[in-house]
Ligand binder design. Structure first.
Ligand code: UD1
Ligand code: UDP
Length: 362
């Protein structure tokens, strides 16, 4: 059986790492196609180096642009590779434009699509990720769902064939890498901070960056919290802070430690040692839960509902007062139940399912 994997954005490199390693262990032929959606060293190559992911066989170099441009260019270029390689199954991950382009190019060539992280829904179609998820799920042959909620979401849209509850590959990645991170990362020394003395923040979702009011409100909340906030800044957010004339304000704030995006191992250590995490990232919300760090989510909705139901995650949107209140007061009282995201063997289950079906699911 021949597999092709389409990736392109930071979280996808992390998600593919345990699955690709399992393909290698099982001697399965995998062709890796990198769309080039993320291309800066610290959004891209650092993950291949740290996680020892094999080099992409094809680097399509699509880069940045509007949704239509980016998705369209990817579609054209992925199609060319798939025609040449003729794989049995194409694996796509998550909910980015690279995911949708990979799925569309594949289904139109009558090749089987496998979606890892199928069935997630925020029920907000203004989020580009939600559109990507829905469309990808509806053309997929294998739907690898990370949680029971994801399976239920698929059922409620009439998708029952090819749905497998596997657990979450990001949980696999974390369980493996947290030990390596604790042993090797010196990030706390590098930034001169002690464990549990700071908040960690990440912001990059369009709903926050693309509206000055929202981004400014978030920045003001960080500043007015008077807590030390470590803020590895996504290039999208850096760009918008510049557009809105907010760069100086944030650079001048003594309690904000603005740093470049960090590698996965440093990120895990920053997360585990934070007092609280503020984020609009999907992956970071889950990692906070796995590491038992209270999470304040800068969104109104989340697809990772388990983290909210178990009261380790609170949704505050971009509302300054709500953010500050949560920074001061939010305190989970109960337990976390990471088993809701599997047992760390999602990748093995995915590869086993593909091998056993021989890529011939109907
Ligand atoms: C994308 C995904 C989002 C995911 C995020 C992970 C879509 C629609 N969005 O958002 O779901 O959560 O990745 O991080 O697919 N840029 C650089 N260097 C890079 C990459 C991007 O400077 O290496 C800048 C460019 O100005 C670009 C902007 O960031 O226009 C946005 O990049 P893009 O890939 O379009 O979307 P993300 O915001 O990264
Ligand atoms: N991440 C990282 N360095 C950073 C910020 C995030 O390694 O500076 C990791 C984070 O630990 C998680 C993943 O990137 O595993 C999440 O990706 P991102 O927030 O870009 O996208 P999302 O999950 O929202 O799609």
């Amino acid at each position: 059986m021949k597999i092709a994997t389409v990736v392109g954005a930071r979280p996808q490199f992390i998600k593919m790492a345990p699955v690709s390693q399992e393909f290698e262990r099982k001697g399965i032929d995998e062709v890796v196609i990198h769309t080039g959606q993320h291309y800066d060293y610290d959004m891209n190559r650092i993950f291949f180096e740290q996680l020892k992911i094999r080099e992409p066989d094809y680097y399509l170099g699509v880069g940045s642009g509007t949704h239509g441009y980016q998705t369209g260019e990817m579609l054209k270029r992925i199609e060319e590779v798939l025609i040449k390689e003729n794989p049995d199954v194409v694996l796509v991950y998550g909910d980015t434009n690279s995911t949708l382009a990979g799925a569309l190019a594949t289904v139109k060539l009558h090749i089987k699509v496998a979606h890892v992280e199928a069935g997630l829904r925020s029920f907000d179609k203004r989020m580009p990720e939600e559109v990507n998820r829905i469309l990808t799920d509806h053309v997929s042959d294998y739907l690898f769902a990370p949680t029971k909620t994801a399976v239920r979401n698929l059922h409620s849209e009439g998708i029952r064939e090819g749905v497998y509850l596997t657990g979450d590959v990001m949980y696999d990645a974390l369980l493996y890498n947290i030990k390596v991170a604790r042993e090797t990362s010196d990030i706390l020394n590098r930034i001169g901070l002690k464990s549990k003395t700071y908040l960690l923040a990440t912001v990059h979702r369009a709903e926050n960056t693309d509206f000055k009011k929202n981004l400014e409100s978030i920045v003001d909340a960080f500043i007015e919290s008077e807590e030390t906030v470590v803020f590895p800044i996504h290039p999208r957010t850096k760009k918008y802070l510049g557009y809105y004339g907010l760069t100086k304000k944030i650079e001048k704030a003594e309690n904000i430690m603005l740093i470049d995006p960090v590698g996965y191992l440093d990120m895990l250590v920053l997360e585990e040692n934070a007092k609280k995490i503020l984020t609009d990232s999907g992956g970071v919300q889950k990692e906070a839960y796995f590491l038992k760090v209270p999470c304040i989510t800068l969104r109104k909705r989340t697809e990772w509902v388990e983290t909210v139901e178990d009261e380790w995650n609170i949704l505050v949107g971009a509302d300054k007062e709500k953010i500050i209140k949560a920074i001061r007061e939010f305190k989970p009282s109960g337990e976390t139940y990471s088993y809701k995201f599997g047992d760390g063997k999602a990748s093995k289950r995915i590869v086993k399912t593909l091998i056993e079906s021989g890529g011939k699911i109907t």
